[in-house]
Design a protein around this ligand. Structure first.
Ligand code: FAD
Length: 362
């Protein structure tokens, strides 16, 4: 399908089908709104383009789903955070889950019937993810999981989790599972962030029984799965976040009483550079290229542009952004997390230095 025709058709459909969010601006409200939008777009077919027919899709290049994200999030019909989980977790399921499981589960995510989450980080394992200690021990046809995860975004709203566990020492001893979060032994405790939202959770696993059929890949494939997933978290899901940032940039211009053209120009340039880079990444994915450490560049550009935009908001709008009760405040505070989630800015620069520029370990 021609990309511009696709975009025009989608725009016309969105104009005709009012999916404007209601007045509930809580995180729960955002999750329900995302489910509502996904349901409507899936029923009309839009949410299925760019995904394989084997998992409920209608085929076509991945760039089609980037366009759906751009239009939906750019119009502020859904928030970029919840939306990004789709782009991060569905490709992993397609690549690693048994075909029957992916065929059964991925449509539930695409159609908004379920939310899923990503259980990688632990209290002692963030940047050094390979040190994770949540254990899975084989027991007949099951695995028994014990341990604790932290910063699991949207776990309290999720039905299932892509979970990394340790089944043996070392990088080759990490194994991934697709876990139903209503399994006995799982306790989910939301954590309040500094921007006042319970966005992520501590998740405790106490003797949780997971069927072996829920393993993603084979025992020991977990590190490879993580290395394949993280490039999505550091790139493709940004396309719709960029649309959101452009919309917020337009709003800043509308609200700034004394616009400083040089600050606005610098913020715009950072956004534009990010969008150019991201376009290139979307096209490489469309052409069937495997995404890898090069997506750390997208992540550094995203974090830089997002923080620069909100610094400019703080500088140009009247009042004290950190203290005033406006929608800009939580956004400004959340932008500080852009150099942390998906791997910190320091870790991205290490990857760029070592794996792209071949500068060695020191
Ligand atoms: C908004 C948000 C959402 C998140 N969602 C999820 C989620 O859904 N699922 C999930 O599993 N995790 C999630 N995370 C966790 C995230 O992946 C980790 O916070 C991140 O990987 C950093 O790990 P850490 O917090 O343990 O920090 P640490 O690894 O302890 O790092 C602390 C500081 O030390 C620096 N540092 C560490 N090692 C090095 C090094 N080798 N060289 C240079 N500097 C170094 C870091 O850059 C950082 O500044 C989320 C985080 C945030 C902020």
């Amino acid at each position: 399908m021609n990309v511009e025709e696709f975009r025009a058709g989608l725009r016309a459909w969105l104009d005709d089908n009012d999916l404007t969010p209601g007045p509930d601006h809580t995180l729960g409200g955002h999750m329900r709104q995302f489910a509502r939008v996904s349901r409507a777009l899936y029923a009309a077919g839009w949410m299925r383009y760019g995904w394989a027919e084997a998992v409920g899709g209608l085929g076509g290049p991945a760039v089609l789903r980037a366009i759906v994200g751009e239009e939906v999030v750019g119009r502020r019909l859904a928030e970029p955070g919840p939306y990004s989980m789709l782009e991060v977790l569905a490709p992993t399921m397609i690549d690693y889950a048994p075909a029957e499981l992916a065929a059964r589960m991925v449509p539930r995510l695409l159609s908004g019937a379920e939310h899923w989450c990503q259980g990688f980080s632990e209290p002692g394992s963030g940047s050094d993810l390979a040190s994770l200690t949540t254990r899975a021990v084989a027991d007949g046809d099951n695995w028994i999981v014990n341990g604790q995860k932290v910063w699991t975004s949207f776990a309290q709203f999720s039905t299932r989790c892509v979970l990394l566990t340790r089944t043996a020492p070392g990088h080759d001893g990490i194994t991934a599972f697709f876990v139903d979060l209503d399994t006995p032994g799982i306790t989910i405790r939301p954590l309040r962030t500094m921007h006042g939202v319970d966005e992520f959770c501590e998740v405790y696993y106490d003797d949780v029984v997971v069927p072996a059929t829920r393993m993603l890949g084979r025992p020991g494939d977990g590190w490879r799965l993580a290395m394949d997933l993280l490039p999505y978290e550091r790139s493709t899901c940004f396309w719709q976040r960029i649309a959101y940032l452009y919309a917020r940039f337009d709003e800043l211009i509308a609200q700034a009483r004394e616009p400083d053209e040089s600050a606005l120009g610098a913020a715009y340039l950072a956004l534009h550079m990010l969008r150019c880079r991201s376009r290139d990444t979307q096209h490489r994915l469309r052409d069937g290229e495997r995404l890898g450490p090069d997506t750390s560049i997208d992540k550094v550009l995203l974090a830089t542009a997002e923080q620069q935009l909100y610094d400019t908001v703080r500088d140009l709008l009247p009042g004290t952004l950190e203290l005033d009760d406006t929608p800009w405040r939580p956004e400004y505070l959340y932008s500080r997390a852009a150099t942390i989630y998906g791997g910190t800015a320091e870790i991205q620069r290490n990857i760029i230095a070592r794996r792209l520029l071949d500068l060695g370990k020191e």
